[in-house]
Design a protein around this ligand. Structure first.
Ligand code: 13P
Ligand code: ZN
Ligand code: NA
Length: 281
């Protein structure tokens, strides 16, 4: 069965690894990441970006995630990624999600606090975990000066968590969503201070295309959840394209889907191994 992610993240923080939160959009990618997590013996967060959720339907995704979790011995959670409103978070929870991210980071601090608090109240009453965001995580195709202009203030982050009671906080420390226009420059000092002092586990977004050594350093500094989207999307596309090359126009759906699924399994396993490099026990 599906579980909330709070306990997973607290364990990860304690034992110095990061839980993979993988963005997916269909049955094959859900199967791929749950198989990878099971093979590696790792907890997993199945994540749905709001646009993918609209495409697939929250009810379909919960059914798939629940079925996938029944094939696993490791804990699995399903969560909304970058939720845009209270209503969206509530509708995912009603459909059976065990986690939600509410991203009101564009609003001013106290507006973000007030509206995040409402989501926390509703979610916690239903045993669902909540992630929020403070600071701005930009798109990776923006220039470096823009990307690094909205970094999270460590003191404000502590205050935000105290005021809202969120289970996890996404912070801006130099990673960004998608493919970078130039090499990312991460503020490790800021990241380390946040990871150490935050009252709850910290989340890094935009892990795709970020050099492995940067991700490793963030793991050593104490990040507890890492979001990966684009790298898995690329892996799936690579597999599908290869499948079409092999089987051509008369391909059965399963023939090219299997190529895509296998590529996602490989990439997901590599990420999980990376995130567990400094794990204890
Ligand atoms: P990437 O696509 O860069 O991995 O970012 C994923 C993400 O942060 C989802 O919330
Ligand atoms: Zn993100
Ligand atoms: Na990225």
């Amino acid at each position: 069965s599906l579980v909330p992610f709070q306990k997973m993240l607290n364990e990860a923080r304690k034992y110095h690894y990061a839980v993979p939160a993988f963005n997916v959009a269909d049955m094959e990618t859900i199967q791929a990441i749950t198989r990878a997590a099971e093979m590696e013996g790792s907890p997993l967060i199945i994540q749905l970006y709001h646009a993918d959720l609209e495409f697939a339907g929250a009810d379909f995704m919960t059914s798939l995630a629940r079925t996938a979790s029944e094939h696993c011995t490791v804990p699995v959670s399903i969560s909304l990624d970058h939720g845009q409103s209270y209503e969206q978070a509530v509708s995912c929870i009603e459909q059976g999600f065990t986690g939600v991210m509410i991203d009101l980071s564009k609003n001013d601090f106290y507006e973000n606090v007030e509206d995040t608090k409402k989501v926390v109240e509703y979610a916690h009453a239903k045993n669902v975990s909540v992630e929020a965001e403070l600071g701005t995580i930009f798109d990776a195709d923006a220039p470096l000066e823009i990307r690094n202009s909205g970094m999270t203030d460590p003191e404000k982050a502590i205050e935000f968590v105290r005021l809202t009671g969120v289970d996890a906080l996404a912070v801006s420390i130099g990673t960004a969503h998608g493919v970078y226009s130039s090499t990312p420059v991460i503020d490790f000092e800021r990241a380390g201070q946040i990871f150490r002092t935050l009252p709850c586990p910290a989340v890094v977004h935009g892990a795709s295309c970020t050099p492995d050594e940067d991700i490793l350093k963030l793991c050593s500094l104490g990040v507890s959840k890492i979001n990966v989207g684009t790298d898995l999307n690329h892996a799936f596309n690579r597999g599908i394209l290869r499948g079409f090359k092999i089987y051509g126009e008369n391909a059965a759906i399963r023939e090219y889907m299997e190529e895509g699924r296998n590529e996602v399994i490989k990439t997901a396993r590599q990420k999980i191994q990376l995130f567990r490099t400094y794990a204890e026990q």
